[in-house]
Design a protein around this ligand. Structure first.
Ligand SMILES: *[C@@H]1O[C@H](CO)[C@@H](O)[C@H](O)[C@H]1NC(C)=O
Ligand SMILES: *[C@@H]1O[C@H](CO)[C@@H](O)[C@H](O)[C@H]1NC(C)=O
Ligand SMILES: *[C@@H]1O[C@H](CO)[C@@H](O)[C@H](O)[C@H]1NC(C)=O
Ligand SMILES: *[C@@H]1O[C@H](CO)[C@@H](O)[C@H](O)[C@H]1NC(C)=O
Ligand SMILES: *[C@@H]1O[C@H](CO)[C@@H](O)[C@H](O)[C@H]1NC(C)=O
Length: 498
């Protein structure tokens, strides 16, 4: 009797497993289309967040919808888009906005990112030297580096192709100092002085050497130098040459440094000329104009302050390598623009028009009908719709999480395949996961995600569902008329049109 009871429990258990788990597995493995009205109930059940939602309109609209004919400029029509990228992200220079462009480009192209595993700042300053800090590639090698790290070319080309496009971005040094004071609230560290940040900065400039030593806390995620040549240090200027508080490196040292990185970097963008820099980047990369559309991230207001000339001179003295760096690359930038010829201005105007159009559209009330951007010498025709705006707005924390999740899922399935060659990917690992779970508990659970908690924390449901579409877990059939409202936390504050 006891035996019989036990065995019927076993049958019951098995039946439950079949009812609850199998649909998920089947659904994942073969990815049946999610056809609006004809969607099966089980699938709808496991897609909790997507209930009642014509979540997503026309996916794939980000892709070029039309190739260019003879009208195309030399760049866009004839070259091969570049996909191997080493972006040296410097602090307080607009780097997060550039990172967003690379996140989006690489995410939509399934690129392999050299990506820190546990903390987005783990590659900084010298994390590239510690393999346990980053994830293994999902292709033959890594394609894109965009996270903070101190420029170290040999360490980078160990992971990325030597032929990668290397670039960075700089900011006018006094403006950089203002931004640093304001963002890190350095006034708090000037313990004999409590005031608004800009006033504290003036005080600082009266005696930089005295205050700077108080700033150099070794907190992870903080720049290795707040005020003294921070950009040069992040581009690899030797730390030991800046140890002398009263003296500056020799002009020989500075010249050597500038020569070296001029030879190694394909482009140095300048925040003060951000759009010009982006147009140069597009041409260099042979990308489409839609690839460089952006929203400002991590942009903050701070008070207006007039720095007296004598303090400006003191700053130039204190921050001398950064001033030399900036002047040099500002000249280089304008030299490059000169060489681009007349259609550079035209492209810039066109870019600004499209940006305005895109921002207006993406910040309008929902249920806007998609807008078409006609083709030009610099872009194929494309559609601005809900998905386009989603990937334009997604926060860097969300991208970082989705990219890691994608990578971890990839490795789980390939590791499984290696250890048990008879089993097929991705089924076996999914079955295992599902067994652990016993029942499907919605999309924030395996097999849909690995870092499910983080996905929930950093991405809105709308972004995540869009991601599941990108990954081929669900299809794009649901109508665009009834989108899931954008919600959830958007780190980094994308800015609406001015
Ligand atoms: C990226 O990967 C997804 C899922 O495997 C696939 O559906 C999509 O076509 C890929 N996209 C590109 C641009 O290769
Ligand atoms: C780098 O580019 C050169 C010239 O295009 C090519 O010959 C070489 O094979 C490339 N190297 C790698 C590692 O891709
Ligand atoms: C630091 O720089 C000052 C001014 O150039 C110089 O007089 C001094 O010798 C330097 N100190 C060291 C240790 O190099
Ligand atoms: C900052 O102050 C200067 C000089 O007083 C003024 O010309 C400028 O318009 C101000 N900028 C802003 C953003 O208020
Ligand atoms: C950058 O260079 C241009 C062209 O030489 C010059 O007009 C401009 O003043 C420079 N910008 C800054 C912020 O120094």
């Amino acid at each position: 009797m006891a035996m019989r009871l036990k065995s019927s429990f076993r049958w019951l258990g098995l039946a439950l497993l079949v009812i609850c788990v199998l649909p998920t597995v089947v659904f994942y493995t073969w990815g049946p289309p999610f056809n609006g009205g004809t969607t099966g109930t089980t699938q709808q059940g496991s897609l909790r967040a997507g209930q009642n939602a014509g979540l997503l309109g026309h996916f794939g609209s980000w892709k070029r919808t039309q190739e260019l004919g003879s009208q195309g400029t030399r760049n866009f029509a004839t070259c091969e888009p570049r996909t191997d990228i080493a972006f040296i992200k410097t602090h307080k220079t607009g780097g997060t906005t550039v990172m967003q462009i690379l996140h989006r480009f690489g995410y939509l192209h399934n690129s392999s990112f050299l990506i820190p595993h546990h903390n987005i700042n783990d590659l900084y300053p010298y994390g590239l030297l510690y393999p346990q800090l980053y994830l293994r590639p999902i292709q033959h090698g890594h394609g894109i580096l965009t996270y903070h790290t101190v420029y170290n070319r040999p360490a980078i080309v160990k992971h990325l192709s030597e032929n990668s496009t290397f670039f960075t971005i700089l900011r006018e040094p006094l403006s950089h100092l203002k931004s640093t004071f304001s963002y890190y609230r350095l006034s708090r560290l000037m313990d004999d002085y409590e005031s608004a940040e800009m006033e504290a900065m003036i005080k600082f400039l009266e005696d930089p050497g005295r205050y700077d030593t108080k700033f150099n806390t070794q907190n992870p995620g903080r720049p290795i130098s707040f005020t003294r040549n921070p950009m040069a240090l992040e581009l690899g200027f030797p730390v030991q040459k800046l140890r002398n508080i009263t003296g500056n490196p020799s002009s020989e040292d500075i010249k050597d440094f500038l020569e070296t990185i001029s030879g190694e970097l394909d482009l140095v963008m300048i925040l003060e000329y951000f759009e010009e820099s982006l147009v140069l980047l597009r041409r260099l990369m042979c990308w489409d104009l839609q690839d460089i559309l952006y929203l400002k991230y991590n942009s903050y207001e701070y008070g207006n302050v007039t720095v007296p000339p004598v303090l400006m001179d003191r700053h130039k003295q204190w921050d001398t390598v950064d001033y030399a760096l900036y002047d040099h690359f500002n000249k280089t930038l304008w030299g490059k623009i000169q060489k681009e010829g007349n259609d550079f201005r035209e492209e810039l105007h066109h870019f600004r028009d499209i940006e305005h159009k895109v921002r207006t559209h993406c910040f309008s009330p929902k249920d806007q009908l998609p807008t078409t951007v006609e083709r030009s010498p610099w872009n194929a025709q494309f559609l601005i719709d809900s998905e386009f705006c989603t990937w334009l707005k997604a926060s860097h924390m969300c991208y970082w999480t989705l990219l890691r999740d994608r990578s971890l899922k990839f490795h789980m399935s390939t590791d499984e395949r290696k250890t048990s060659p008879l089993k097929q990917k991705p089924r076996s690992f999914l079955v295992k996961l599902s067994k652990k779970l016993r029942v499907s508990s919605g999309i924030h659970a395996p097999p849909f995600c690995v870092l499910c908690g983080e996905v929930q924390r950093y991405c809105s449901d709308h972004e995540y569902v869009s991601h599941l579409y990108q990954e081929g877990h669900i299809s794009s059939s649901l109508s665009s008329s009834n989108r899931l409202e954008l919600q959830g936390w958007h780190g980094g504050n994308p800015l609406p049109p001015a």
